[in-house]
Design a protein around this ligand. Structure first.
Ligand SMILES: [Cu+2]
Length: 589
């Protein structure tokens, strides 16, 4: 089933800032006279049926959309957001990356009580920053169930102009109820431990559980075995990967005219999935990270961790359709949309690369950078592992679901195979070169690394030594699916307390085999990446397996903040702290 829709920005109020594309095409646009005006936004949170996997499922949505509407704010604006809960359970909205009073931050149990069924909560705060951000539910699994949307904040002084301005929102959509997935992940390892089980068991399980359940469990538990194939613990075996709420078969597209400069605002709104993003045939100029302008870097690919945002400029010169291609880091699936000069032209799906395997560098044996490994001996060894251990995975992920359904003989027939790329792409599309066929592997210098991120402006709060250093170990119990800081899960942990105005240097020591994107609410983290006063400020710092990341945090906002890994199932099982920023003589609980 192909839904022929263009992506559209969803205006939710008349008076708002609009990006250039919308300006150009909107018939009636009223602009506020001043930046300081107060605008009111309404979000209605409800359940809605969606069709993303070939059968109806319930999603949790805002204003009946998945994703939720993009909110366009202006720097300096006083926003007033009325969020009404039409669910049977509590809800909440967290404004991710936004600096605001802590009572407005939207984390139940930390800074407010949550929004009860039938209630409306009004969030009010001044917008003190600009750039690309997002918002999402912070209750239960609602973020995984569809409750997320983009925030685009116009700066007071625009310094990067573009002819068109698009949000590219990536996410992962589960085949099963996420509560059930988590319950499975928490189950005793005797039953699910692949290490102890044989190929015969695997086929027995297929007979009993069905192909996808079996594969999903095996892949999920693969992480615990510390094999080099272990990159994600919830994978494409259960996920569909979406761009602006659409699966690859739904063929999302973004229009352009050759010669135009496009700003693409990538947001990773996935619950559990890091993506490797590329647009074969186009160079991407990264101009912002986590909303903040950075010195431009030209890349062919970047990895976007869960909850990060990157803004890139692209300037397609030729009349052809380009693929916006976001592969799950573990290669278990991909999101795809077309950047196209004509609505009826679709971009080819690029050649999918072999599963990414942990390398010595990924495991902390490298030089501490975030650059991609080259062809190393380790990788070659791992490739053998991959072939030996996971032939079923490669089949499942690369040949479309139709074939997998045949293997299991279950009811996945509704999944239809992946779109028939050849047919769709080349109909009426002769000028498009088959760029995927001979695409070279990306040289490592063309991949964005954290070291390349340099703030556009020097940050003077980075002068001088920190007042305090705190080492936080990122830990996990491999057998019980419990994630933690310093081996203590959230429910047993004391809050981290710092003083208002203090500058704290955190060392995040990753003792696990997983990436952990660490997020602090309400405060910036200045990543120590060797650029001194130009160290970039981010709201999420991805810490690779076995590595240590150092950040400086200026505790310039009092209150109680959430501090956690942004992988939903890691946060939910305990990799979470309350961070209290206290005024002298004033104790918060
Ligand atoms: Cu984590």
């Amino acid at each position: 089933m192909a839904i022929q829709h263009l992506f559209h920005c969803t205006p939710i109020k008349a008076k708002m800032w609009l990006p250039p594309l919308v300006k150009a095409y909107a018939l009636v646009v009223a602009f506020g006279p001043s930046f300081a005006s107060a605008d009111t936004y309404h979000l209605d949170i409800s359940e809605q049926s969606v069709q993303l996997i070939g059968k109806a499922q319930q999603a949790v949505v805002a204003n009946r959309g998945l994703p939720a509407p993009t909110l366009y704010w202006r720097e300096g604006e006083q926003v007033n957001l009325q969020v009404t809960n039409h669910l049977q359970e509590q809800t909440s909205i967290h404004w991710h990356g936004i600096v605001l009073p802590y009572q407005m931050d939207g984390v139940p149990g930390i800074s407010f009580d949550g929004i009860a069924p039938g209630q409306t909560f009004t969030y009010q705060f001044e917008v003190k920053q600009s750039g690309t951000y997002w918002y999402h539910g912070h209750s239960g699994m609602q973020e995984q169930q569809g409750l997320f949307g983009a925030i685009v904040i116009a700066p007071r002084h625009q310094h990067q102009t573009a002819d068109r301005d698009y949000v590219v929102m990536l996410s992962d959509w589960p085949e099963a109820d996420p509560h059930r997935t988590l319950a499975r992940l928490k189950k005793q390892n005797d039953y699910y431990n692949f290490q102890k089980r044989t190929l015969g068991d695997f086929f027995a399980d297929i007979g009993r559980l069905g192909f996808w359940e079996t594969l999903s469990d095996r892949l999920a538990w693969g992480e615990m075995r510390m094999e080099p194939t272990d990159l994600a613990d919830v994978t494409g075996a259960t996920y569909r990967f979406l761009i602006n709420g659409r699966t690859p078969d739904m063929q999302g597209r973004y229009l352009f005219k050759p010669g135009e400069k496009l700003r693409l605002r990538f947001i990773n709104a996935a619950a559990m999935t890091h993506f490797d993003v590329r647009i074969p045939g186009l160079k991407m100029r990264v101009i912002a990270a986590d909303g903040q302008p950075v010195a431009p870097v030209d890349v062919e690919e970047f990895r976007i961790a869960v909850a990060e945002t990157y803004d890139v400029l692209v300037e397609p010169q030729t009349e052809q359709a380009y693929a916006i291609f976001a592969e799950a880091m573990d290669r278990s699936g991909y999101a795809h949309a077309s950047l196209t000069p004509r609505e009826d032209w679709l971009a080819p799906i690029p050649t999918k690369r072999p599963m990414t395997l942990l390398t010595m560098e990924d495991m902390g044996g490298g030089h501490g950078g975030h650059e991609r490994h080259g062809q190393s001996g380790a990788e070659a060894t791992h490739a053998i592992h991959g072939e030996r251990l996971l032939p079923e995975k490669q089949e499942g992920q690369h040949t479309g679901h139709g074939e997998a359904a045949a293997v299991s003989g279950d009811n996945h027939a509704g999944h239809d195979a992946e779109p028939n790329v050849e047919q769709q792409v080349h109909s009426g599309h002769a000028s498009s070169a088959p760029m995927d066929a001979s695409e070279p592997s990306v040289p490592s210098h063309a991949l964005l690394s954290y070291q390349q991120l340099k703030s556009e402006q020097p940050e003077h709060s980075l002068m001088g030594a920190p007042n305090r250093e705190i080492t936080l170990r990122l830990t996990g119990n491999m057998n019980r699916y419990i994630w933690s800081f310093d081996d203590i899960k959230y429910s047993d942990a004391e809050p981290v307390r710092v003083k208002l105005g203090e500058r704290v240097r955190f060392h995040y020591v990753n003792e696990t085999m997983m990436n952990h994107p660490i997020h602090i609410h309400g405060l910036w983290q200045y990543l120590e990446n060797g650029n001194g006063m130009y160290n970039p400020k981010k709201h999420v710092i991805n810490v690779k397996p076995g590595q240590t990341a150092t950040v400086d945090v200026l505790a310039d906002a009092e209150g109680e903040w959430a501090f956690h890994c942004h992988l939903l199932y890691h946060m939910d099982t305990g990799m979470f702290r309350k961070l209290i920023v206290e005024k002298a003589g004033y104790v918060l609980h």
